[in-house]
Design a protein around this ligand. Structure first.
Ligand SMILES: NC(=O)c1ccc[n+]([C@@H]2O[C@H](COP(=O)([O-])OP(=O)(O)OC[C@H]3O[C@@H](n4cnc5c(N)ncnc54)[C@H](OP(=O)(O)O)[C@@H]3O)[C@@H](O)[C@H]2O)c1
Length: 97
């Protein structure tokens, strides 16, 4: 499992790319996902962030930025389905055994 301090929003390459493009770190990682052909389902309780999160179609990441952000991967997950299933379904669904 990844810790909060490992958030992609805090990675230097994401911060640098966001600064260069005058975008937020969240917009950069959403754009990275969409640009590699993935659908994303960001959720926010804040109107300002809902607007921020959809404003990712007026810029593009370069091939080198795409590669650099992809290289952050450490094969860790933030969402543990084991925890989720116990809360949501009161059932044990271990995923690591
Ligand atoms: N994760 C799953 O396994 C799963 C499975 C099925 C369905 N879903 C659905 O998928 C959607 C997303 O779920 P999730 O688990 O990925 O996320 P989540 O935990 O439901 O919420 C997203 C988090 O990201 C924050 N956030 C949103 N926009 C941000 C931004 N621009 N910058 C920084 N932080 C931002 C939100 O904070 P604020 O609210 O404070 O902005 C919130 O803490 C939900 O509708 C959920 O029901 C998820």
């Amino acid at each position: 499992m990844a810790g909060a301090e490992e958030s992609v929003l805090k990675q230097q390459v994401v911060l640098d790319t966001a600064a260069r493009l005058n975008k937020t770190p969240a917009q950069v990682v959403f754009r990275w996902n969409v640009q590699r052909g993935c659908s994303i389902i960001p959720k926010s309780t804040k109107l300002a962030r809902l607007k921020e999160n959809i404003a990712i179609f007026d810029f593009e990441l370069s091939d080198s930025e795409m590669s650099a952000i992809s290289a952050i991967n450490q094969d860790k997950r933030f969402n543990d389905p084991d925890d989720f299933c116990q809360v949501a379904f009161n059932a044990l669904h271990p995923i690591y055994d």
